[in-house]
Design a protein around this ligand. Structure first.
Ligand SMILES: *Cc1c(COP(=O)(O)O)cnc(C)c1O
Length: 355
């Protein structure tokens, strides 16, 4: 009734790949969630109002395929020459997918630092592309070979600030890197709003630079699914050929437009999170952790005496979720998102008992 058994109809690339496993998202309210770098505060009120108002003005029509309301507002706020420097997507993860599909063919190569965002390799696997990971040094600086050309290299990912470290490569270094590389450089700026510097203005100096942004973290809109990419207009025009016509919906476009216009909300939110981050880093050090100075909304920490995995499990039993990360051939540690002061205090109190 189900035809011949055991015939695998999928592409070979799928058979050979491991699925990407997102961070735990328990559905139900009781966990203190410090494991996936969400913002602990609710989004700006203007965002909620924009969604309600968009919902009452009609979902029977298709959305604007180009999200022009958002692009106009974002170009203004970010000081870009025009809306044609932006493409919007269903989360910046979708933007990363589009970039890989647009730039890397089967059997061609992409590069990323290690440890960094695990999704890049998954996207390459789906595409049937080859990937290489170059290790950061002990201080989370890029190795010199990161700028080398090699056969069939078509795309380089640089998360900046990096995850899980929260460290940043300064813009002048990034521009140098882009100038040395023989292929496009995607700077994943999911956490840039929490950092002291970003690379947005570099897109005007180099057509091979693509900067991606997310509304999930700094705008407190992980549940909305909205991100975007900034690049030169002739590059954006090519990416537009790949995206689904209606990749962003009416509600998310309205919400994202309101969010990007809420500049004061953003400043205040970022200031609060940075202040909590500073307290958290100091406390973790007192508890004997080696703490990597972070420019994001999470902190990477390692303990010499206690098992990271056990700490994670102990916290989880007490309803506090942090991210235990084990990077094969590199080592493991804990990535703890910056929550509210109260959430962070609860976490630190428990840590005191288990290290
Ligand atoms: C969270 C994250 C993203 C994904 O953001 P979404 O807009 O929620 O898809 C991309 N890159 C990095 C490094 C991230 O941590």
């Amino acid at each position: 009734m189900f035809g011949q058994p055991h015939h695998y109809p999928f592409r070979r690339a799928l058979a050979e790949m491991e699925p990407y496993v997102p961070g735990e998202q328990p559905q139900g309210g009781k966990f203190v969630k410090l494991n996936t770098n969400e913002n602990p505060y609710p989004a700006a009120q203007a965002v909620v109002e924009a969604i309600c108002s968009a919902a009452t003005t009609g979902l029977e029509r298709y959305p604007d395929p180009y999200a022009n309301a958002f692009r106009n507002r974002a170009a203004e706020v970010l000081g870009l020459p025009g809306p044609d420097w932006i493409m919007a997507g269903n989360g910046s993860d979708e933007i990363l997918t589009i970039l890989v599909r647009a730039l890397v063919g089967e059997g061609q190569r992409l590069r990323m630092p290690y440890p960094s965002y695990i999704l890049y390799a998954t996207l390459a696997d789906i595409q049937g592309a080859l990937w290489e990971r170059l290790e950061f040094d002990k201080n989370w600086r890029l190795p010199a070979a990161f700028a080398d050309g090699c056969d069939d290299l078509r795309l380089v990912f640089l998360p900046n600030p990096n995850s899980p470290s929260g460290t940043v490569e300064p813009p002048e270094k990034v521009l140098q890197l882009a100038e040395q590389l023989p292929c496009p450089l995607v700077i994943d700026e999911a956490y840039a709003d929490f950092a002291e510097a970003n690379c947005l203005s570099l897109v005007q100096q180099n057509e091979n630079i693509f900067v991606t942004r997310s509304l999930s973290k700094s705008y407190a809109l992980a549940g909305l699914r909205f991100g975007f990419v900034v690049a030169q207009p002739h590059r954006i025009a090519e990416l537009m050929k790949i995206k689904d016509s209606y990749n962003c919906d009416t509600l998310s476009i309205a919400a994202a437009t309101a969010a990007v216009g809420s500049t004061q909300w953003l400043q205040e939110n970022v200031a609060r999170i940075r202040a909590t981050r500073t307290r958290m880093e100091a406390r973790l050090k007192q508890l004997g952790f080696r703490v990597t100075p972070s420019q994001a909304n999470f902190v990477w920490c390692e303990h010499h005496e206690s098992s990271h995995k056990q700490i994670y499990q102990t916290l989880k039993r007490q309803q506090i979720l942090v991210r235990y990360m084990n990077f094969p051939a590199w080592g493991d540690g804990l990535r703890i998102s910056v929550g509210t002061d109260q959430q962070v205090d609860a976490c630190m109190l428990l840590l005191e008992q288990c290290v």
